[in-house]
Design a protein around this ligand. Structure first.
Ligand code: AMP
Length: 112
């Protein structure tokens, strides 16, 4: 079964796409937790950080490069947070690796 995010990548489900290249896509979270909340999603269907191998290191690094690009594009000059939720205790709800980019307001630390 393709994941929800694979369906977005395939344009089978609509999304507000803010960036795309050959390795990843980024779109606005449907239930934003901050004024800017974008998900950076690799086109390779990795389940979570647990699924990442050394061979994926360049891809994961690329996700952070894209996150910084999006933060600049969104004008997040006061800072932003990048988060991978892994597994149920962390609140992962979509089993396709994704990097949250959150900003546009002060973000509490530690998270809940
Ligand atoms: P996580 O809880 O870390 O797995 O993050 C999954 C995120 O995907 C949540 O913040 C959801 O709000 C978001 N989400 C779920 N469905 C969609 C969708 N169709 N388009 C955009 N974001 C979505």
């Amino acid at each position: 079964m393709p994941t929800l995010f694979e369906k977005i990548i395939a344009r089978e489900i609509p999304a507000d796409i803010v960036y795309e290249d050959d390795r990843c896509i980024a779109f606005r979270d449907i239930a934003p937790k901050a004024p800017t909340h974008v998900l950076v999603v690799p086109k390779k269907a990795l389940t979570s950080v647990d699924d990442v191998t050394a061979a994926d290191a360049p891809l994961v690094g690329h996700l952070f490069v894209v996150a910084a690009h999006i933060a600049a594009q969104e004008g997040l000059t006061n800072g932003y947070r990048t988060v991978f939720n892994t597994g149920r205790d962390a609140g992962q709800t979509v089993d396709h690796l994704h990097l949250h980019v959150l900003g546009g307001r002060p973000l509490a630390w530690p998270p809940g």
